[in-house]
Ligand binder design. Structure first.
Ligand SMILES: [Zn+2]
Length: 128
């Protein structure tokens, strides 16, 4: 389990990133998925604003909105944001988040653990 961290910065002062909410969702748990989607959407909004402060504008998708019964579109645009953020920040991004199948339990947990690592790398890059 990954602990929450407090980070400083103009936008990040408003709250800490809750990494527990990015990792605690269980396979097939729709309620937990909503918690995940909310926290993930919030963090992506902070990333977007931090990049905009550096005059880097990426396409912003409405990541809060997702239909748990049909996540293909969400998975696609979310992955797209991650690829763009990683390339703008020169982060190593060897993993394509679309290569995991959320209908397969092991893939799902694998995705979650790689994804939270990506968020932590972005946070580090933005606060460096
Ligand atoms: Zn994300």
């Amino acid at each position: 389990m990954v602990a929450s961290t407090n980070i400083t910065g103009s936008y990040l002062d408003q709250g800490s990133f809750n990494y527990d909410d990015l990792t605690s969702v269980r396979f097939g748990d729709v309620e937990g998925l909503h918690v995940f989607l909310f926290e993930n959407g919030r963090q992506h909004q902070v990333f977007y604003e931090q990049l905009a402060d550096r005059n880097i504008l990426i396409t912003k998708y409405p990541l809060y909105d997702a239909d748990p019964s049909n996540l293909d579109d969400w998975l696609f645009v979310h992955n797209d944001e991650h690829q763009r953020i990683a390339s703008e920040l020169n982060l190593p991004n060897p993993f394509n988040l679309l290569d995991s199948d959320w209908n397969v339990e092991d893939d799902f947990y694998n995705w979650m653990s790689i994804h939270v690592t990506m968020h932590q790398q972005i946070e580090e890059a933005l606060t460096a």
